[in-house]
Design a protein around this ligand. Structure first.
Ligand code: ATP
Ligand code: MG
Ligand code: MG
Ligand code: MG
Length: 570
């Protein structure tokens, strides 16, 4: 690509709203431009990166036996009503009407449409297993779109859906996708970790997230450096986080019964009406009083309530004060032995790492079944962001499940695999005729990769004060040739042009910077944009038959003979 024919528009300053490095650098490098909150144009350089990521994802999905199709962005409400998600999904689902006042949605994910395809296309066990995937624009009306491509409202996702005859075969499909994801993130050149995860509002029973390690990540990962144990902190087991509090957790579980710990029971206890959009949020903190190892408070919080409103003792819309249960009320409700549970001051509300979603799920029996997700709590959105430092203290020295001690780090969720079972196939009656000639329900899994988020995550992990350092596999171009004096020196022009042709012939994605701008400007642009290799062609070097080769990551400068430049650049 000749730069004079391309579109470049780098900027010295990032817009004030850009908080994290990747957002700042993508704006400054001219890779994205904002159209509205969380909605961006992928500019030419940015698009090239996305295409690279897509290509790796596609190759590995194809190699894993998945079959590509393309499902619609606009989906009919009827299918979402069948699955129940038309009602359950909440405000993240963008609902629209056509000119006939018929309801549609912009897809945030595609379980419904793919299940509809499967039930219409698949009739016999002979057609199974099958895994359909697409790479498509998603829309989620995120409450806080931020960080550029990291949390957009419109974004690009690869989503795959497996259909199997039975659970064993579906688990094998899950394992197959898990392995494909490992290969994908290795090929992308990112430092990542696969962690056990909560299944969130999509539902299902087995789930792993693929997390790119970065300090700016919104997720917290608890892991054992000496073993394979790694979990999203939402799911990390209480006993391994805080051994001293584990006993309290166990005791609470033992004394709680399905009758006393339903959402309804807690709702009654707290005097908060329960409606379909209620979420249960559990908070715990160490009690300052001796003999009370854990203070625990359970709130039922409507999805649209801000934490600070709750803290202020107000639940808007309900027009009633948040009432905290007294110790004896809690004891009555949970039949707890005295001393285990105590009231929590509203001011003290915060989430801590010692009581987990997994425990809480047991604790509030049945909460998940009725769609009241304990698990669907987003830190920073529903609850204050825990301080990493606090959590580091919490886990420091705590024993890990398989021995050793736990560590904690931040991550960016770039991929997620779920075992769905028959959640959608049962609701939507996706059956096939099994070997015995009888109809059976398909077993499903779903598998997402955030294509556009990966671009941002890669930058969070790979940057310096000069700009982006793309991993080679996803750099927009591999090499840039910078002629010193394009318009002044015939020799430079000829050598640069020859090198350019040579690299093109080798299939290298190469830029020829024929803008005739000052070297400082040129270098700053390519360092900001993050091209892995720069070849500088100047009169001085050419006299000795050499050009200068600089790698972006190591910053190493090397003089190489002109004739070797093309082969050494890759
Ligand atoms: P998050 O926890 O960050 O909100 P999620 O768990 O809601 O993500 P999934 O439903 O698991 O997301 O979707 C699969 C993948 O899509 C995620 O792993 C992530 O990489 C990507 N993704 C989800 N939401 C966004 C978003 N708002 N912007 C960009 N990518 C996203
Ligand atoms: Mg989300
Ligand atoms: Mg998530
Ligand atoms: Mg997820």
């Amino acid at each position: 690509m000749r730069v004079s024919h391309y579109h470049l528009n780098t900027q010295k300053e990032a817009p004030a709203e850009a908080e994290v490095t990747s957002h700042k650098l993508m704006m400054r490098a001219g890779m994205i431009r904002k159209a509205a909150g969380g909605i961006y144009t992928y500019m030419p350089l940015g698009l090239r990166v996305l295409k690279k990521i897509e290509r790796i994802v596609r190759e590995e999905m194809d190699a894993a036996g998945a079959v590509e199709l393309l499902m619609p962005l606009v989906q009919p409400a009827e299918l979402w009503m069948e699955s129940g998600r038309w009602e359950q999904y909440g405000p993240e689902l963008l609902r629209i009407k056509d000119r006939h006042q018929r309801d549609f949605i912009l897809q945030p994910t595609s379980e419904e449409v793919v299940t509809d395809i499967a039930r219409n296309e698949i009739h016999s066990w002979r057609q199974l297993p099958v895994n359909f995937y697409h790479i498509q624009t998603k829309f989620r009306d995120e409450r806080r779109p931020r960080f550029g491509l990291m949390r957009g409202r419109e974004f690009i996702m690869k989503d795959a859906y497996s259909f199997d005859r039975d659970e064993a075969s579906a688990q094998a499909s899950y394992d197959n996708m898990y392995a494909a994801y490992m290969r994908i993130f290795q090929r992308l050149g990112l430092e990542f970790r696969a962690v056990a995860a909560d299944t969130g509002s999509i539902g299902g029973s087995r789930s792993h997230e693929f997390q790119v390690i970065a300090e700016t990540g919104e997720d917290l990962i608890v892991y054992n450096p000496d073993s394979d144990y790694a979990a999203n902190i939402e799911l990390a087991q209480a006993p391994c986080l805080i051994p001293t509090r584990a006993a309290a957790g166990q005791a609470m579980r033992k004394v709680s019964t399905p009758e006393t710990t339903t959402c309804e029971a807690v709702s009654g206890l707290m005097g908060i009406p329960l409606d379909r959009t209620v979420k249960a949020v559990v908070m715990a903190q160490p009690s300052p009083e001796a003999g009370k190892p854990v203070s625990l408070c359970m709130l039922l919080v409507r999805g649209d309530h801000e934490l600070n409103e709750i803290k202020a003792g107000k639940l808007p819309g309900l027009n009633s004060e948040l009432r905290l249960a007294s110790e004896s009320e809690i004891q009555d409700a949970f039949s707890c032995p005295p001393g285990y549970l105590g009231p929590v001051g509203v001011k003290d509300i915060r989430v801590v790492a010692d009581l987990t979603v997994a425990n809480m799920h047991d604790f509030v029996c049945g909460a998940n079944e009725t769609g009241y997700h304990l698990a669907d709590v987003n830190w920073g959105r529903d609850l204050p962001e825990p301080e990493l430092a606090d959590l580091r203290n919490v886990v420091a020295g705590d024993p890990a499940p398989e021995g050793g001690t736990l560590a904690i780090q931040r991550g960016i969720e770039v991929g997620h695999v779920f075992f769905l079972g028959d959640k959608y196939s049962r609701a939507m009656n996706a059956t096939f005729l099994d070997t015995d000639g009888k109809p059976a329900i398909m077993q499903m899994g779903c598998y997402g990769i955030g294509v556009s988020r990966i671009a941002a995550a890669a930058i969070e992990q790979n940057n310096d004060e000069k700009g982006i350092i793309w991993p080679r596999a996803i750099a927009p171009f591999s090499v840039v040739i910078c002629p010193m004096g394009w318009n002044k020196s015939e020799a430079v022009r000829e050598a640069a042009e020859a090198l350019y042709q040579q690299l093109l012939a080798q299939g290298i994605e190469v830029l020829l910077d024929d803008r005739d701008v000052r070297p400082g400007v040129m270098f700053a642009d390519w360092e900001l944009i993050g091209i892995p290799v720069r070849i500088t062609v100047g009169d001085r070097g050419l006299k000795n038959g050499v050009v200068e080769l600089v790698t972006r990551r190591a910053g190493q400068t090397q003089e190489v003979p002109v004739q070797d430049a093309a082969s050494q650049a890759i």
